[in-house]
Design a protein around this ligand. Structure first.
Ligand SMILES: [Zn+2]
Length: 359
């Protein structure tokens, strides 16, 4: 992922130049053929403009920008993560900058599938305990939207229950019950999941659901980041979340609830409990999680899928606590729910409709 970092540095170079030029004549940053000199004082001044940008800068700037040739050769990766309006503007400005004007941009390869590994420099990556696997980024073949939907087939990590990770990045205890009890500091890195009334394993059904959803999204022109692309992936919940944070526009985790009920109670999303709304990164992102959750429930309801009550339940989830993009755990029913392909296809249609309300 070094190449991507180098590309990010070029983007950030454009960003920095914008900020520094906006700060007056004391510009103390120079960019020459990919080499970046930055006065840290100027960096602090420019970073005041945006918390997100300052995080990126502090993360990226420590890496030397010695890979200009690689960047030139491999700048197709620039597409990744540049789908929101702000970064598009920045990349256009970066294109106009002398330092990168020789870069010739390569489009992503439509229809390609790219492995995505956890990058140790990403925020919260060091909280992951199982991170040796790779996600798979599927590129839409046509009608491309340049939007990456993170799809996480819940569960499915061998050894995931015997490893513990921190529930919260600040190591405070969990504020609600759920799979892990309230008050816990750590939780299973990946829990085992439930079994349906007919004996089917939740982990197998979530994978099938993810595959059906992936194909429908690709057909609509979305790129799809499959956080688990097979029966087992050696990526814990934190690793999956962090990969999505850095490569997708949003993250949707697929689950069915293990509630012991004998009837299908319908779909709902896991909303953010009040007790963690002041903790970062939740504080800065929970409203976008809610927006995504509400859109998915609206889409599912519109597709004729059963919705449970108000369509949400507040639970303190590891995923929520490490997400810096719109991120939702959606429960598509419980162990009494049908999970044949026709049912899963209908659920996928609902999810695609919900995604279409936002992207
Ligand atoms: Zn589950």
């Amino acid at each position: 992922m070094k190449k991507k970092n180098a590309v990010k540095i070029l983007i950030l170079t454009g960003l920095l130049m914008l900020f520094v030029s906006g700060c007056g004549k004391d510009s103390s940053m120079e960019v020459t053929n990919g080499h970046i000199d930055v006065d840290t004082q100027a960096l602090n001044v420019s970073a005041q403009g945006s918390e997100d940008i300052s995080q990126e800068i502090s993360m990226e700037i420590v890496k030397p920008a010695e890979e200009t040739d690689e960047v030139l050769a491999d700048n197709g990766l620039l597409e990744e993560g540049l789908t929101d309006d702000d970064t598009e503007e920045v990349s256009e400005d970066a294109l106009e900058d002398e330092a990168v004007e020789e870069v010739s941009y390569v489009e992503v390869t439509p229809g390609a599938v790219e492995p995505v590994a956890l990058n140790g420099v990403w925020q919260y990556a060091n909280y992951s305990k199982i991170g040796s696997g790779t996600a798979a980024l599927y590129r839409a073949a046509s009608g491309r939207k340049n939007v990456v939907i993170g799809v996480n087939a819940g569960h499915g990590t061998k050894g995931g229950t015997s490893v513990k990770t921190y529930c919260h990045p600040d190591m405070t205890p969990k504020v609600t019950g759920g799979t892990t009890a309230s008050g816990s500091i750590t939780a299973a890195a990946v829990s085992g999941g439930m079994s349906f009334a007919d004996g089917a394993r939740e982990a197998d059904v979530t994978l099938r659901m993810a595959q059906i959803l992936r194909d429908k999204l690709l057909a609509k022109g979305y790129d799809v980041l499959m956080l688990r692309d097979g029966p087992d992936v050696q990526l814990d919940n934190i690793a999956r979340t962090v990969i999505a944070n850095n490569t997708a526009n949003c993250l949707i985790s697929l689950h069915w609830d293990g509630d012991g009920l004998a009837y299908d109670k319908g779909c709902f999303y896991i909303s953010t409990p009040d007790g963690i709304k002041n903790m970062e990164p939740v504080a800065s992102h929970w409203q976008m999680h809610e927006q995504l959750g509400q859109a998915l429930i609206a889409g599912l309801g519109g597709a004729g899928c059963k919705i449970n009550g108000g369509g949400k339940m507040a639970i303190d989830l590891t995923q929520t606590c490490y997400s810096t993009i719109p991120s939702i755990d959606i429960e598509l029913g419980n162990q009494a729910s049908a999970h044949d392909d026709v049912t899963l296809s209908k659920l996928a249609d609902g999810l695609v409709a919900g995604i279409g309300m936002l992207y």
